[in-house]
Design a protein around this ligand. Structure first.
Ligand code: MN
Length: 249
């Protein structure tokens, strides 16, 4: 099995080092990741300038750092290495649950893998102290890869590890609440500015990724790229029949 590893925290993050170390037990690994942190860049691509990459020593593995986004890294990596089966993205230092998936660069790395014909798995964990306890997470990361890598029916999965996991579970994306918040402030010169930040959410949807992680479970959420609301599409066609529309299927 050929695995391409990326992240959005940058190639020097301890999270990607941990993931690569564990992933190499499952197949051939190559690492292509941003040269600096690109968190919250979502699925952005660099189309107004060329991309450059440099070889980086990566624990004895093939490693490349790219002056681009996670989506750029995966596109470049899959262009240069044929036959990539799965793109692994992470392990992100910070959770990617609920509506955070809309701006996650970590998930975008995995999504880009799916768009280029591979499968994708995004992995994230919260940071409570200076750094996550990677040793504690390692057996759970291994368990998740053992479960997901051979299952070819799951094309895109978002995985969140709590700080101290006690088991694995399947969960849905929590979309009921949004933790993004704009907080006004002022700089030392008295000029006003704004911080777009995240505020912890108290209420959680039962069975959701947030709910599972709060209970100490590794949340695994199968995702799809098709954002079409098929129910609404069918109803819209009924309410407003248009000559060019295909019949409802
Ligand atoms: Mn990140």
């Amino acid at each position: 099995m050929r695995l391409l590893i990326t992240n959005d925290d940058g190639i020097y993050s301890p999270g990607i080092r941990t993931l690569a170390r564990i992933a190499r037990r499952f197949g051939e690994v190559c690492v292509v990741a941003p040269d600096v942190e690109r968190s919250s860049t979502g699925h952005a691509i660099t189309s107004n300038r060329p991309l450059r990459f440099h070889r980086t020593e990566f624990e004895g593995l093939m490693g490349y750092r790219v002056d681009g986004t996670p989506a750029d890294c995966v596109a470049l990596g899959m262009h240069r290495w044929e036959g990539i089966d799965v793109v692994l993205s992470g392990i992100n230092m910070g959770p990617n649950i609920g509506n955070a998936l809309w701006h996650s660069g970590t998930l975008a790395g995995a999504k880009q893998g799916v768009l280029f014909g591979a499968r994708g798995i995004a992995l994230s964990t919260p940071v409570t102290g200076d750094e996550p306890d990677w040793e504690r997470l390692e057996p759970f990361v291994e368990q998740v890869l053992e479960l997901l890598l051979p299952d070819e029916t799951l094309s895109l999965v978002n995985v969140n590890f709590p700080s101290a996991p006690r088991g694995l579970c399947w969960a849905k994306q929590s979309v009921r609440h949004y933790d993004g918040k704009v907080i006004p402030g002022s700089d030392p010169m008295g000029r006003s500015h704004y911080w777009f930040t995240v505020e912890p959410i108290e209420a959680v949807d039962e069975g959701s990724d947030r709910w599972a992680v709060e209970r100490g479970y590794v949340a695994m959420t199968p995702l799809r790229l098709d954002l079409t609301d098929h129910g609404e599409l069918r109803l819209a066609k009924e309410r407003h029949p248009l000559a060019g529309s295909l019949p409802a299927s």
